[in-house]
Design a protein around this ligand. Structure first.
Ligand SMILES: [Zn+2]
Length: 308
């Protein structure tokens, strides 16, 4: 199995990467370029070019690749592999990405949303290794979860499982990007921390990272913002734990960059808001795949296509 090659395609709002890797998650070669977020036809052509570049650099033919995995922002349909204008790719409306890649390369292709893809990668090779029941959550621009239940990705009826960022925690609370109010994402995401910073410092350019830097220097207002966000994040995680009886929660993005500030108060709040029996043995940890997480996430999407 180790001599099989996978093509992994990570499509981000600003940059995309194509990698060649192995079923054990090793990245062997990589090419990246700016994403055309407005024009999907040119964006897809650029991906085709990157795939050819990376094969040439690695010294293999496209026919030597076993399967292709794609990680991309949702909403998208896993079954058909159609992308439905994700917020970071506004021009990618109803793009039949799976069919286009299959036709171009003659290979089997799987397409997964990036939270799910990263959940599979963290479960397989990262901070969730060895766990039967776990969730991976991003805590960046938005909050989204990928759920691994009984060692399998759980997508739900329409592929919308894990949209925990839009669970209402404060009725009539702050406005969320989804149009509703008081969602977890509007209270605890990097976006929410930045917004609270701008409101409470009265400065229009403050970001979540600035709030973290000021909290590290002991600024009481910044510390209060972090404490609030961590409280609501923990409250959201407690709901997930009470519902799914998970063993581990792996947190990405801000929870990695500001683990020193966020992890302990998030754990405390989750514990306070759970039954002791549900909390017993639960670990909440930062993601472990670091800078290669997105490459590995794309590779992980192809794993079910590979016969072992
Ligand atoms: Zn929302």
């Amino acid at each position: 199995m180790t001599n099989k090659l996978i093509l992994g395609i990570d499509i981000g709002g600003t940059k995309s990467a194509v990698v060649i890797g192995t079923p054990s998650g090793a990245v062997l070669a990589r090419a990246s370029a700016k994403t055309d977020a407005e024009n999907w036809r040119s964006g897809v052509q650029s991906l085709f070019g990157l795939a050819r570049d990376v094969c040439r650099d690695y010294g293999c033919q496209m026919s030597e690749i076993t399967a292709v995995g794609v990680s991309c922002g949702g909403p998208l349909d896993f079954e058909t592999g159609i992308i439905y204008a994700p917020p970071n790719l506004p021009g990618w409306e109803a793009v039949p990405l799976k069919a286009l890649l299959e036709a171009e390369f003659g290979l089997k292709v799987a397409v997964e949303n990036d939270a799910n893809a990263t959940a599979i990668a963290e479960h397989r090779w990262g901070a969730g290794a060895g766990c039967r029941d776990m969730a991976f959550l991003t805590m960046g621009t938005g909050i989204g979860a990928g759920l691994i239940l009984n060692n399998q990705l759980y997508r739900g009826r329409n592929g919308l499982a894990g949209e925990i960022g839009h669970m209402t925690l404060v009725p009539n609370g702050p406005l969320c990007l989804c149009g509703r109010r008081g969602c977890l994402e509007a209270l605890a995401s990097g976006t929410a921390i930045g917004r609270m910073g701008r409101e409470r410092f009265g400065e229009s350019t403050v970001t979540a990272h600035d709030v973290c830097d000021r909290a590290r220097l002991g600024d009481p207002v910044a510390r209060e913002i972090i404490a609030e966000a961590a409280y609501f994040m923990g409250l959201g995680l407690a709901g997930l734990l009470q519902t799914l009886n998970l063993e581990r929660i792996v947190l990405g993005t801000l929870a990695v960059h500001a683990a020193d500030l966020l992890l302990e108060p998030i754990r405390r709040s989750a514990q306070e808001n759970c039954w002791p029996l549900v909390w017993a043995g639960v670990t909440i940890v930062p993601a472990a795949l670091g800078d290669s997480a997105q490459d590995k996430a794309a590779l992980a999407v192809a794993l079910p296509l590979i016969k072992t």
